[in-house]
Design a binder for this molecule. Structure first.
Ligand code: PEP
Ligand code: MN
Length: 260
């Protein structure tokens, strides 16, 4: 890929805030943790308490879930965002949740701190432009069939439309390898760090789709210089309504945080 400055006038030439500056958090390597989906108030509350025990400040959970099958759990929607809003206020946490449609922008603006664009919407250009018009931080996830150039163009759309509060998120790409859910392209982190100032985190859960190698891979993510890690954690993964196999239980989560 040729990173020509005139193709990316904003993201290559601009300065960007680091995650600690953007989110007003202390940690240099930020953890974004929480269940795949909001399932109930109790589930989010007990998870929030676990995060706080480990000094983790950013809670992730989907309210609107983009599911491959229309027959799978689609998320609690508005009710899910209300739960996240209540929990962030009660426990002084930052919450992030994926937006799947422009129509929900006001809801996300009112109920969450950081807006996530999922892999499936990385090239939803009207959504990207809309996010340029707000000032909340945006997590832009890499599409699972997107090149780095396409990823950066998507970021360019948001910045070009006026929002520089952006965090990139590598989450694995689809390859012939099937021992992991996706193939983690860890070189993307090195690349982004080498050529841009935009912070980048890695979603280890959706990259791997399994738990047995999460700790090793998470250490590699930290070692290569990523700005943070996204990890799915659920009070009872076997009963989760989505992504059962990849969500850590609380003990596994505690071990991971300690190892890191
Ligand atoms: C998620 O983070 O909840 C998610 C659905 O991830 P992705 O968009 O990377 O598949
Ligand atoms: Mn998930």
């Amino acid at each position: 890929m040729k990173l020509e400055k005139n193709k990316f006038p904003n993201i290559l030439n601009d300065q960007f805030l680091s995650i600690p500056e953007l989110l007003k958090v202390e940690d240099k390597f930020s953890i974004f943790a929480g269940p795949c989906a909001v399932e109930s108030y109790e589930q989010i509350e007990i998870t929030a308490k676990k995060l706080i025990q480990h000094n983790v400040k950013i809670l992730r959970a989907g309210a609107y879930k983009p599911r491959t099958s229309p027959y799978d759990f689609q998320g609690l929607g508005k009710e899910g965002l209300r739960i996240l809003d209540a929990i962030r206020k009660k426990y002084n946490l930052l919450v992030t949740s994926e937006i799947v449609d422009i129509r929900y922008m006001n809801l996300h603006m009112d109920h969450t701190d950081i807006i996530q664009i999922g892999a499936r919407n990385m090239q939803n250009f009207s959504l990207l432009k809309e996010l340029g018009g707000i000032d909340k931080p945006v997590i832009l996830k890499r599409g699972f069939a997107s090149t780095l150039e396409e990823f950066l163009f998507a970021a360019e759309y948001i910045v070009n439309s006026g929002n520089k509060n952006i965090i990139l998120c590598e989450r694995g790409i689809r390859t012939f390898e099937n021992s992991t859910r996706n193939t983690l392209d860890i070189s993307s982190v090195a690349f982004i760090k080498e050529y841009t100032e935009i912070p980048i985190i890695v979603d280890v859960s959706h990259s791997l789709g399994r738990k047995d190698i999460v700790n090793r891979v998470s250490k590699a993510i930290k070692a290569i210089g990523a700005d943070g890690l996204m990890i799915e954690v659920h009070p009872d993964p076997s009963a989760a309504l989505s992504d059962k196999r990849q969500q850590l239980n609380f003990l596994e989560f505690s071990n991971l945080i300690q190892e890191l």
